[in-house]
Design a binder for this molecule. Structure first.
Ligand code: ZN
Length: 449
């Protein structure tokens, strides 16, 4: 996984050599200035990694002091090569190892010193580790870099109509109903939740199907719930909205209640709320609302669904966009920070969400994240569909304002603080993006068409 030779070839021999390193605070840098700074670091033979509001700066000993002059240095990290560092997931692995001391927290990963042994998981989409590659942005604070302000547009009346149709109280009531079912993959409540979801989508007039699969290595069968809203103009094009409805305890064999209000009644309720909005406003492209099962044991539902699209005459190439919601309700403080997670090859999606948030939900602080893992967007991305996860950034119990009820019996609706502010803002952004992706059919039929 960490071959010094391969990395050395990728980055040129200079960066493969150990050099002195420091972590710099980026509080004052707008994007233009940051671009100039990183170009300068590379020109002087060094390398860098951007992580939200911190920049790792590594450069030859004669150059580093000049590069750090006038910057606020957070920590001196000694001499480093990229191989000496790795990214470790925080609170999103399946059976993750002990959290190593973080040099910096970034998205759903922490930058740590590479341990002597790395044990990759069998499912690459949920791997606990990522190698650190030089000259990369892992996460970017889009608001602090000035990119939200630049992306703000005049609201479009038709998009605004759909955004305003969002009912955050109704979404929170859905969250609470889902949390009343014990949705462990191995419990009886998961079937009750599935039946309830089928009933709700059917009431909206959508075509509902289920997809049965087994959770890897077990005989346990669970089902994805898939609701279809046919597009008026381009029925073969697909816009997917998804989120898992199963939940778990930290120990996945724990038989205690798994209310999973934040993880992930919040996201699944968001899928249903989006279905309620768009069933009133017919889209031009077909919209598919999916509540996945078997996510918590290794993305089995997302994987089964992505493969079904791939095997179905290449339907996966018809996917215009997939927006996945996982943990969208909690904010530990007044800062409504949300991660936009996708792969670096899909980074053109970031400006789309940035414009939507800046225009319809400016209360959000967006953070882009290209080290995606560990939710139902991952199998779709792996098979070539453009997918992006929206997830709040206070999810991790190891953070000061983090969610202390993650994967516990106390993940109850009452503990999802600021739910309507946070979930409401994320849903406003997502509904605006989905409106643009799915296209707007005329609200009233034209007799002469
Ligand atoms: Zn989840």
């Amino acid at each position: 996984m960490f071959s010094p030779l391969v990395l050395g070839l990728q980055m040129g021999l200079t960066t493969a050599m150990p050099m002195p390193a420091a972590l710099v605070a980026l509080d004052r840098h707008p994007q233009f200035e940051l671009d100039r700074y990183t170009r300068q670091i590379e020109a002087e033979g060094g390398w860098w990694v951007e992580m939200e509001n911190q920049l790792l700066v590594v450069a030859p000993p004669s150059r580093l002091p000049g590069l750090l002059a006038g910057e606020r240095v957070v920590s001196d990290l000694g001499w480093l090569r990229p191989d000496d560092l790795a990214l470790q997931t925080r609170a999103c692995g399946i059976d993750e190892g002990p959290a190593l001391p973080a040099i910096a927290d970034t998205g759903r990963f922490a930058l740590v010193r590479t341990p002597a042994t790395l044990l990759p998981y069998k499912t690459p989409d949920v791997s606990e580790w990522r190698p650190l590659l030089p000259n990369r942005t892992i996460t970017k604070d889009l608001r602090a870099r000035g990119l939200m302000a630049m992306a703000k547009a005049a609201p479009d009346a038709d998009v605004q109509l759909r955004v305003d149709a969002l009912d955050t109280q109704r979404w929170f009531d859905t969250l609470s109903t889902l949390a009343s079912y014990d949705r462990s993959s191995y419990g009886a409540g998961i079937d009750q939740a599935r039946n309830w979801l089928i009933g709700e989508f059917s009431t909206l007039g959508l075509q509902v199907t289920t997809q049965t699969f087994t959770i890897g290595g077990t005989a346990t069968q669970v089902e994805n719930v898939i609701a279809r809203l046919p597009g008026s103009h381009y029925p073969d094009d697909l816009v997917i909205v998804g989120g898992h409805y199963d939940s778990r305890q930290q120990n996945i064999h724990d038989p205690n209640q798994t209310p999973g209000a934040e993880d992930n009644a919040s996201g699944c309720a968001g899928v249903l709320e989006a279905a309620r909005v768009f069933s009133q406003f017919p889209p031009q492209r077909t919209m598919i609302f999916v509540c996945f099962a078997g996510e918590e044991q290794g993305l089995y539902g997302g994987d089964a669904y992505a493969h079904s699209l791939q095997s179905d005459d290449g339907t996966i190439t018809n996917v215009e966009l997939a927006v996945i919601m996982d943990m969208i309700g909690y904010s530990g403080d007044a800062d409504l920070d949300v991660l936009l997670e996708t792969s670096s090859s899909l980074s053109t999606l970031f400006p789309v969400f940035t414009t939507a948030a800046a225009t319809y939900a400016p209360e959000l602080r967006l953070i882009s994240d290209t080290s995606y893992c560990c939710s139902d967007h991952a199998p779709l991305i792996t098979l070539g569909a453009p997918a992006l996860l929206t997830i709040e950034n206070d999810y991790s119990p190891s953070m000061p304002s983090g969610y202390q009820h993650y994967h516990k019996t106390t993940d109850l609706p009452a503990n999802v603080t600021r739910a309507q502010q946070m979930g409401g803002a994320i849903l406003k952004m997502n509904i605006a993006v989905l409106t643009e992706a799915a296209g707007m059919a005329p609200l009233f039929a034209d007799d002469f068409e």
